[in-house]
Write a protein that binds this ligand. Structure first.
Ligand code: ZN
Length: 383
């Protein structure tokens, strides 16, 4: 939603710059070091860490019937390891060979264990400076007498409330008072999006709390790169498993739901149109598209030197991909309905594809885009 796609890109680029060149993956062994305070004289703790190390060395970033993971989760979820694949793009474990990996703690929660692992770097080498990539939680529990790894989300949310409304399972902390009216509104919104696009409504699990960090921690990010920045409602999703996570929000969170339904239809779409359409239909950060258009218009009219198409936004969390992407989708919809939105989504992910889409759908050449967008911003903002 607000931020995350943009913010994630920024953060991941920063992290990759911090990391040394990838060692040659094949044959490299990932060695997990253990914080000296972890009591490995306890046999179960030692065996759980051994299991974790074996998993990290078993190509965990590829999807196959991994012998170290809980069978019931492998059957239900693909990919089954939530924290590896949520938020990080490809896989968190793709970073592993470039990182140090230290187990900070192993705690028993009921019948399960939670392993807390820090992924970090020391750069420049031997400088003593530490860059933490993430601190993650991984679960372990018995299956037929043997410990297997599992997601911590069910463990960490075992006391959270669950409410099913239509196709959506709402999961939230017990201190939240469930708003059935908003939940029903969310459910009907999904039904209407599905009807417009003529797609099937699917079951979705939706985890939300007053603060995104609370949800991220429940998922298993004890520390994650975007933690702590206060920027209003935000979220992210696991589209393959149909799980949405959000914070600073409530039962009504249309933006990310639009992504979950629409993004898979257009795997090659430029992110301006994916973000733009989600903002057009579902708003962003709790405000609708027109609010973002007006806000950015007010700023941009005092800053004629700025190129609108690449503007980073009045705040860093709603860049042009949201409000200009949204404006382009709105104009396309008014001009040619859903058919033209589909067309916009079909050009590809690169900058050149964006220019080509604007040229072919709106008849505006690259050199005229800034003037065109400024004119349209004024038109829509002052309507
Ligand atoms: Zn979004």
């Amino acid at each position: 939603m607000k931020v995350n796609h943009y913010m994630r890109r920024v953060v991941l680029i920063l992290i990759s710059l911090m990391l040394p060149q990838l060692l040659h993956g094949q044959g490299s062994h990932i060695r997990v070091s253990i914080n000296s305070a972890v009591d490995t004289s306890q046999q179960e703790i030692a065996s759980v860490i051994k299991l974790w190390e074996a998993y990290l060395n078993s190509n965990p970033d590829t999807l196959y019937d991994n012998p170290y993971w809980l069978t019931s989760e492998k059957e239900r979820f693909k990919p089954f390891d939530f924290i590896a694949h949520t938020w990080w793009g490809v896989s968190l474990y793709a970073w592993l060979l470039r990182c140090h990996t230290t187990v900070l703690s192993v705690s028993k929660i009921g019948e399960s264990y939670i392993i807390r692992t820090m992924l970090y770097n020391s750069l420049p080498r031997d400088s003593g400076k530490v860059s933490v990539v993430s601190i993650i939680q991984t679960g372990a529990r018995l299956e037929n007498g043997t410990y297997k790894l599992c997601n911590v989300l069910p463990i960490n949310t075992r006391h959270w409330e669950k409410e099913q409304v239509g196709s959506i399972k709402f999961v939230f902390p017990p201190d939240h008072v469930f708003n059935g009216t908003l939940a029903e509104r969310m459910n009907q919104f999904i039904d209407s999006v599905a009807a417009v696009w003529q797609i099937t409504v699917v079951p979705i699990e939706y985890y939300f709390a007053d603060d995104i960090d609370r949800v991220a921690k429940a998922l298993g990010f004890d520390y994650w790169p975007a933690e702590g920045n206060i920027i209003g409602p935000r979220g992210f999703m696991d589209s393959k498993n149909r799980i949405i996570y959000s914070g600073g929000s409530n039962e009504w969170y249309p933006h990310e739901f639009v992504h979950l339904y629409i993004n898979p239809l257009f795997p090659i779409a430029h992110h301006y149109f994916l973000e733009g359409y989600a903002t057009l239909v579902g708003g962003s950060g709790g405000q609708d598209l027109l609010w973002h258009i007006r806000r950015n218009y007010e700023y941009l009219k005092d800053h004629p030197e700025i190129d609108v198409l690449t503007f980073k936004g009045v705040d860093m969390f709603t860049p042009a991909s949201y409000f200009i992407g949204g404006l382009l989708c709105k104009m396309a919809e008014e001009k040619g309905g859903l058919q033209l939105i589909r067309k916009l989504m079909s050009y590809g992910k690169e900058d050149e594809d964006l220019y080509r889409a604007i040229q072919e759908v709106f008849g505006v050449g690259k050199e005229d885009i800034n003037n065109f967008l400024r004119k349209k911003l004024t038109e829509y903002a002052t309507k």
